[in-house]
Design a protein around this ligand. Structure first.
Ligand code: GZL
Length: 330
């Protein structure tokens, strides 16, 4: 396996491959020739979105003759496991490291180690804090602030005439993660800009899982009751679906007694929408494996790439759920 040594990790704009070096290592189905060896430190398998994203990336790598091997690690939503995986990729002298950072902070040291080893890092899906921006070449993923704004625009329109004020519960994603931080920022930024009269009755993290989303919603119900709660904003489908179970078990009608917004757009999410149990879906697209392989090859070849490449995403209201359901890929 040939590995390119880079003049250094620039500000994510241009990399100059100095020479092919390193040892050949027959790395699986790419024939051991000139294909790239790529290390991918994935967040985990916490949601349908995540498993669809892993499948998309693994399938794209397997089908791409330019990729000799994808070394895949499921870090079980544990940053220490991700850091260990990146360190192992460095030891194994992979050509490119792909990281889906579970949270935004705590990456400086390990990304500096990758830079010192001359291995470029590509972020897939989530981002990291601006201070470390020079330590990765590019990010391919969603604009999470825009997703939050889309949710906020629907809420501001839906509750514009709510004279006594809109009472909101929020199920946040993983604490410290870019999607949780940014979906919150975008949502409330729009509510404020639109002058909506609202109250955040409670806001807690459900860590992007159905189990934790249901548990937190049960605590919301125990603490506040559901009477007078207008809206649940869930940062992903799994937490929204878990919350729907809790709402039904409390004897209330999700989607009617309480309006619900979810983010991702899974089959299960759209089915709940068709069943009238939620009201708005902001799509977050996990199926970007082929696009990611193109970016990886561009980076390995030292081509200039943009610092951020957003994936295509849409929004869907109740009039669109049934028609869109058959199109969902996860
Ligand atoms: C968003 C992604 C989030 C999804 C969740 O790009 O990082 O993580 O919205 C997943 O479903 O757990």
């Amino acid at each position: 396996m040939k590995r390119r040594t880079f003049a250094g990790i620039g500000a994510g704009v241009f990399l100059l491959p100095l020479a092919a070096c390193g040892d050949d290592s027959d790395s699986g189905d790419g024939g051991g020739g000139d294909g790239l060896v790529v290390g991918f430190a994935q967040v985990g398998a916490e949601s349908a979105w995540r498993t669809a994203n892993s499948t998309s990336v693994q399938d794209a790598a397997a089908a791409d003759d330019r990729i000799a091997e994808l070394k895949f690690v499921d870090a079980q939503q544990d940053q220490e496991k991700q850091i260990e995986a990146v360190r192992n990729f460095i030891t194994q002298q992979v050509d490119v490291i792909v990281l889906a950072p579970v949270v935004e902070t705590g990456w400086t040291d390990v990304l500096q180690e990758a830079a010192d080893a001359g291995i470029p890092v590509v972020l897939a899906d989530r981002g990291i804090e601006a201070a470390d921006e020079d330590l990765y070449v590019t990010r391919l993923g969603s604009d999470f602030v825009a997703e939050g704004r889309s949710a906020g625009e629907w809420a501001a329109t839906t509750f514009a005439d709510d004279a006594d004020g809109t009472r909101i519960l929020e199920l946040q994603g993983t604490t410290g993660s870019a999607p949780a931080n940014d979906r919150k920022t975008g949502f409330f930024e729009v509510l404020d800009a639109e002058g909506l009269n609202y109250e955040i009755v409670d806001s807690q993290s459900g860590n992007f899982t159905a189990e934790e989303g249901k548990s937190v919603m049960e605590t919301f119900i125990t603490t506040h009751g559901l009477d007078g709660i207008d809206l649940l904003y869930a940062h992903n489908d799994e937490m929204g679906l878990g919350a729907i179970q809790a709402i039904e078990e409390a004897g209330f009608a999700p989607g009617t007694d309480i309006q619900i917004i979810i983010v991702d757009g899974s089959k299960a999410g759209f089915q709940a929408g068709v069943d009238g149990k939620l009201n708005y879906i902001v799509e977050c697209n996990p199926v970007f494996g082929e696009q990611l392989m193109d970016v990886v090859v561009q980076v390995a070849d030292g081509e200039s790439v943009e610092k951020f490449t957003p994936v295509e995403e849409g929004v869907f209201d109740a009039t669109q759920f049934e028609a869109e359901l058959p199109n969902r890929q996860f």
